[in-house]
Design a protein around this ligand. Structure first.
Ligand code: SF4
Length: 142
């Protein structure tokens, strides 16, 4: 819910991002994104955020950086095979997903991490893509 509202707000600001220039907005937005998501989700700035599909548990904190579910080493107490004191991010993801409106999203198959997108703003990328899709839809129905 909060995530949906936030992404809608960012999309509503598309005219502003366009006027400023997405490239010019990248640095300040990335700074804010890093602070906010770092604090809230221990974000590693992979640049291709899938928090909305993973119950707001960041998969980049998995020591194996698995993006499609846990490995076979989850401990009986739900902790990580590699970091025994750390809860498995995928156990947390499953729990988190149950509380989300789109709880089936966790079953979506994720692409491998594109390392070239590291240290870039996922917020701006998702917004630019959503704006493009919206414009394409408008022009195809006009
Ligand atoms: S999935 Fe990527 S962008 Fe999203 S919180 Fe994790 S590291 Fe950050």
């Amino acid at each position: 819910m909060v995530y949906t509202r936030f992404s809608s707000l960012f999309l509503a600001l598309h005219p502003f991002w366009s006027a400023v220039g997405y490239a010019r907005a990248e640095k300040p937005v990335k700074f804010v994104e890093r602070q906010v998501k770092g604090l809230m989700f221990d974000c590693r700035m992979c640049g291709q955020c899938i928090l909305s599909s993973t119950g707001m548990s960041c998969p980049m904190n998995c020591p194996k950086q698995l993006r499609n579910g846990p490995c076979g080493g989850v401990r009986a107490n739900g902790n990580c095979e590699v970091e025994p004191d750390m809860p498995c991010v995928w156990v947390k993801a499953w729990e988190g997903a149950q509380a989300m409106r789109n709880r089936q999203a966790i079953l979506d198959v994720q692409k491998p991490v594109d390392q070239s997108l590291r240290e870039s703003s996922a917020w701006l990328r998702v917004t630019a893509q959503a704006a493009r899709e919206r414009e394409n839809l408008r022009s195809s129905t006009a």
